[in-house]
Design a protein around this ligand. Structure first.
Ligand code: AGP
Length: 610
């Protein structure tokens, strides 16, 4: 998704802006650009279609220089990817703007501006903002102009603005799209994601909805809230060191993040387990009182996070006895939802900025919920700030667009939620103690599964020429099959579908032949025998089977049946462990096919538009 960087510094800002854009590359984009105010008052702009490297080449040939500037990576929403549609957009030669989000009333504003003589150079919704600002700035200072223009915009945005007449000033604004201020030493920065600025600062102010900020020379930062009142916002130190923004010894961020899972799962558990139970206080001081009233849960998320929610339904119903409804946020937010008494609203999100999930939370706030809980990976994100309770997943920054460690830490956090609720709802203490013990052993088991990587890589060669794949699972492993199929399709572009294995004969079996690889996870649980019969149905139709099975399960390798054995794990935690071979399989298939593993086509890391 689009990314913003801005800077007012004592040094030339070109390098700071370029480094920031590189650090935002993981979000996915199709073009990039920057504008810098030169010391003689000229605005200079450089834009390029494609990767930030293309912009870098152009800048190397014709560098920009100055002490204030803005930059952007674009992910097309209005208008195709092109240099003309890339940000920053200018109005004349005096004003430049970068924008994340969508201006919903851009057509009406465009008509109005064209009627008074403005001509448009792009197909974007953003250009209306540039012209509106240019017109308003003629009436006074840039900050006032931004405030007046914001009042005319419908939709969601984060903005960065510079004007030739205001030396060393960058204005930022947010409504519905994230924006942070980086606090430097006599320098100040702006970005849509703190990761962009970690080379220059680790101190951030997370702007709130409706905030407008003015950055000026000497590190001056002035923030006005939605009502235009000057406010002081807390400066927070970024928790996750800068190492997360580099690949280290790994070929791709995705592979690095897969291998980080033992460490981050351990981090997700740290300080949250007692001797024989989960510490309910991990969810905050008010959690015990709020959880005591929970009779039902509505769990809402998108993509991979939604799959984590689907697994949690099996856990919460079985171990905590709470009925759970799980729904994708883009559907939930437009439904007439019935909220039974005592319903807890739970959102799951890696980024905490997914537009649909955030909108669902805001929609839920006006309904009769008991309260809201966000399970999220990004401290200071909108979801975290707007929820009653939060549990951080502590996965550290996830750069690969395909979510891996964020998913397994979400599952870990959801097991903690299950046990916290179970504890308050009379779960057998021995059962809870057994699960707590199993959780403690989980990082070690994850490490053992990751050591099977060479064998999984060998299996991946069978997928090089395939166009389709079918994933099967039963019970809590059906969502794991869904997640396996999502991983394979998003990074290798192989069409993949997932079914609960029992559904095979109700339709998808018609697709099975020697060209359709069938991948299944077979932990040693109560559904194992049923799963084995389903796999026989596949074999009988000539389908090639790839089964990830418990070491103790009697599934034999034979022609057309590849079995990879995983260490035995507590039945409840098997969905976490069985995710790993599916992540690795997708990764190796994608590498084999030569796709852009960390930034798959058409996708963005953080989907901040609807
Ligand atoms: C998963 O690999 C995805 N790239 C995507 O489905 C993601 O999980 C989804 O967009 C939700 O994001 P969030 O967890 O940041 O809300």
């Amino acid at each position: 998704m689009c990314g913003i960087v801005g800077a007012v510094a004592q040094r030339n800002v070109q390098g700071i802006l370029l480094e920031g854009l590189k650090r935002l590359e993981y979000r996915g984009y199709d073009s990039a650009g920057m504008a810098i105010r030169a010391d003689d008052g000229r605005l200079q702009r450089c834009r390029a279609l494609g990767k930030v490297a293309a912009l870098e080449d152009k800048l190397a040939a014709a560098p920009l220089a100055g002490h204030s500037g803005i930059a952007h990576t674009r992910w097309a929403t209005h208008g195709r990817p092109s240099e003309a549609n890339a940000h920053p957009h200018q109005s004349g030669e005096r004003l430049a703007v970068v924008h994340n989000g969508i201006i919903e009333n851009h057509e009406a504003l465009r008509d109005e501006l064209e009627a008074v003589g403005y001509s448009f150079a792009s197909e974007t919704d953003t250009e209306v903002v540039a012209h509106l600002l240019e017109r308003e700035a003629r009436q006074g200072d840039l900050l006032g102009a931004v405030q007046r223009v914001l009042a005319r915009l419908d939709g969601a945005y984060a903005l960065g603005v510079i004007h030739a007449d205001e030396p060393d000033v960058v204005i930022g604004a947010r409504k519905g799209s994230p924006l942070v201020v980086g606090v430097g030493i006599e320098e100040a920065f702006l970005a849509s994601d703190p990761l962009a600025l970690l080379r220059v600062t680790d101190r951030f102010i997370y702007l709130e909805e409706g905030d407008v900020v003015r950055l000026a020379a000497g590190g001056e930062i002035t923030i006005l809230d939605a009502a235009g009142t000057p406010v002081t916002r807390e400066i927070q130190t970024f928790e996750h060191g800068d190492g997360a923004a580099s690949k280290g010894e790994y070929r791709h961020f995705m592979l690095k993040e897969i291998h980080e899972q033992p460490t981050v799962i351990a981090a997700a558990l740290e300080g949250r387990l007692g001797d024989r139970n989960v510490l309910v206080e991990s969810f905050g001081p008010e959690a015990e009182t709020l959880f005591a009233g929970v009779r039902q849960i509505h769990l809402v998320a998108c993509g991979t996070s939604y799959h984590a929610g689907l697994v949690a339904r099996y856990w919460l119903e079985r171990y905590a006895g709470v009925p759970v409804q799980v729904e994708v946020a883009s559907e939930y937010r437009y439904r007439r939802v019935v909220v039974p008494e005592g319903t807890l609203f739970v959102t799951l999100s890696q980024s905490g900025e997914t537009a649909d999930t955030l909108a669902a939370l805001r929609f839920a706030r006006d309904r009769d919920y008991l309260g809201s809980l966000a399970i999220c990976n990004v401290p200071g994100s909108s979801l975290v700030r707007e929820s009653d309770l939060t549990l951080m997943t502590r996965a550290g920054p996830e750069i690969g667009v395909a979510s891996t460690k964020a998913f397994t830490t979400q599952l870990t956090a959801l097991m903690l939620l299950t046990l916290a609720l179970g504890r308050l709802r009379g779960q057998d203490p021995d059962e809870q103690a057994g699960l707590v013990e199993a959780l403690r052993g989980l990082p070690g088991l994850v490490r053992r599964v990751l050591s099977l990587d060479p064998a999984i890589e060998a299996l991946s060669t069978a997928f090089g020429e395939k166009h389709h794949a079918l994933f099967l699972g039963r019970g809590a492993h059906f969502p794991i099959a869904l997640e396996g199929a999502l991983k394979l399709k998003e990074i290798s572009y192989i069409h993949a579908e997932a079914y609960p294995a029992g559904e095979l004969k109700h339709g998808p079996l018609a697709l099975v032949d020697s060209e359709m690889p069938v991948i299944s996870v077979a932990p040693n649980d109560e559904l194992l025998d049923k799963l084995k019969s389903n796999l026989q149905e596949v074999r009988a139709r000539g389908g090639e089977l790839f089964v990830f099975a418990d070491a103790e399960v009697g599934l034999a390798e034979e022609e057309g049946v590849h079995v990879l054995r995983l260490p035995h794990v507590h039945e409840a935690l098997a969905p976490i462990l069985y995710t790993l071979p599916l992540q690795l399989l997708s990764y190796h298939v994608a590498v084999l096919k030569g796709t852009d593993v960390d930034q798959p086509r058409n996708l963005a890391k953080s989907v901040t538009v609807e």
